[in-house]
Design a protein around this ligand. Structure first.
Ligand code: GLA
Length: 387
């Protein structure tokens, strides 16, 4: 990113206050496997991607917050004392939410000016909202000299999404945007909040993200419904099997199978997905580590089928992209990624076949749905920071 783009825009919209300033960036993510497991204290395996949000921030000597989005060409103004959800400028909530969460945690950020831009598609399931939250947390932490530790930064960003934006997401998106590592996927244990680095080093392979261009409609209510169904199973086990069951992580898969008849059909299906998905995420990491890419790829496909049939969060467009991809030479695995109900698929492919794969899928998707998907070839990059 050319810093001049940010600086020129800043000079056009704001005055230099002469106070502390800095350039910050935060990446989006794609999850390779472990879907809808984070809020069930399970395992996820995301990578940070080289699609990011970039910002320039400068402190002010009053309590005003002045924001400018280069991509939307929109401004927003408020103060550190007036932190209200704004319907009209939805984008501003991801920034103001962080200020609100910082204050709840006892930090007192000074007023600031901020301009930002990005190359991360919005609403495609690649975590543009988490990137903006994480970036804001990094910038305000650094400029105010709070010295918040990395995990807490991820939690502040997540809580701002939960409490201010009103989306009850898990920790994955913000965590990977903070901790992402070049050439590594992170196997995150969402119970202990620790991660293991899983190297993805073979230059002959790559991840191809395909955006179905179906915007994720009504996502919050459907997402929350899935969370509730998972919690119903936890409740059942807590009441009937053992007090110590706090999350689906504490439920043994064979026990789940044993109680099939006692659980509501949909609740049972949702929990089956989560528990089998945890196993797949662990196995997938082992295969990736051993460079066993075709075995890893089969697990991605199994994950997709489970998301489609048991968790029921796929769409016909995502299914189409996955099915077609799996028929092509050089595709080792494919699945929908993120929350679902639209958004993207992620594919593990052989580099040498990338052109044919993209051409082929572009054409078949166009024939079927009368629109072209977007394609992003990516490898894992580092998490948020100064640039
Ligand atoms: C969204 C949420 C994540 C996670 C995924 C599903 O991306 O933000 O926390 O739950 O869905 O794996």
């Amino acid at each position: 990113m050319n810093k001049n783009i940010l600086k020129d825009s800043y000079n056009k919209h704001f005055n230099n206050t002469g106070l502390s300033d800095g350039f910050y960036s935060a990446p989006g993510k794609v999850n390779l496997i472990g879907e809808h497991t984070d809020y069930n204290d399970g395992f996820v395996l995301p990578i940070a991607i080289d699609k990011k949000i970039y910002a320039y921030l400068q402190l002010r000597d009053d309590n005003k917050i002045n924001l400018y989005s280069i991509d939307f060409d929109l401004s927003f103004e408020t103060t550190t004392e007036k932190l209200k959800y704004n319907e009209e400028n939805n984008w501003s909530n991801y920034i103001i939410g962080v200020v609100s969460e910082l204050k709840k945690e006892g930090y007192n950020p000074k007023g600031f000016n901020m301009v930002f831009t990005g190359d991360l598609p919005i609403g495609a399931g690649l975590s543009s909202s988490a990137a903006l939250e994480v970036l804001t947390t990094f910038g305000l932490d650094d400029l105010n000299n709070f010295k918040i530790d990395s995990f807490k930064k991820a939690v502040i960003a997540q809580k701002s999404e939960n409490n201010f934006v009103g989306v009850n997401c898990g920790i994955m998106d913000q965590y990977i945007s903070v901790f992402g590592e070049k050439d590594k996927a992170l196997l995150i244990d969402c119970e202990s909040h620790e991660h293991e680095e899983v190297p993805f080093k073979d230059e002959d392979y790559q991840f191809l993200i395909i955006d179905s261009k179906i915007k994720r409609g009504l996502i919050d209510s459907k997402y929350n419904k899935r969370r509730k169904q998972c919690n119903n199973v936890v409740k059942f086990f807590k009441e009937n099997v053992g007090e110590e069951v706090e999350t689906l992580r504490d439920v043994n898969i064979n026990e789940l199978f044993r109680y099939e008849n006692k659980l509501k059909d949909l609740d049972y299906k949702r929990a089956t997905h989560v528990l089998t998905e945890n196993r797949r995420a662990l196995k997938f990491s082992e295969h990736l580590e051993q460079n066993e890419y075709s075995k890893a790829g089969s697990l991605m496909y199994a994950s997709h089928l489970s998301l489609k049939d048991e968790f029921e969060v796929s769409t016909s467009e995502l299914d189409f992209l996955v099915e077609k991809a799996m028929e092509l030479k050089g595709v080792l695995g494919a699945k929908m990624t993120g929350a679902g109900f639209g958004g993207c698929t992620v594919n593990l492919i052989k580099n040498e076949n990338k052109e044919q794969i993209i051409e082929n899928l572009k054409e078949s998707y166009l024939n079927e749905y009368d629109m072209e998907p977007d394609f992003y070839l990516t490898r894992p990059v580092n998490g948020a920071g100064k640039f």
